[in-house]
Design a protein around this ligand. Sequence first.
Ligand code: 5GP
Length: 117
Amino acid sequence: MTDHLGDSVFARIARKELPAKIVYQDEEITAFHDIEPLAPVHILIVPNRVIPTLNDATLEDQQLLGKMMLVARQLACQHSISDTGYRVTMNVNSDGGQSVFHIHLHLMGGQKLGRMA
Ligand code: 5GP
């Protein structure tokens, strides 16, 4: 499916039009397990509405972006990786390795993570 403003594979997951293992959802944010996990815990935290990249975020998104971080922290706790540690990342555009153009945080943990490239 082609991503475009207002729709994306992640927006369709948030609307439950596509299946995913959802672990958190409210009126603003949905979180679900990555389909190709790179760590024992690999969860994506996604706003329900499409912001294609961090470059497109505005001051109006400030509260939402902060809430995504707090949801990541909550999910880390619920998945018992708070004390052992975890990584929260957001990829941006081609050099950043972004492949789905609907911003998302990766929450990864459950093993020792290597140095970032
Ligand atoms: P990016 O490369 O954009 O930072 O991360 C996109 C992530 O989304 C990848 O880790 C990829 O495995 C995951 N992904 C892509 N399509 C789907 C999907 O349909 N369902 C789920 N659960 N994850 C997906």
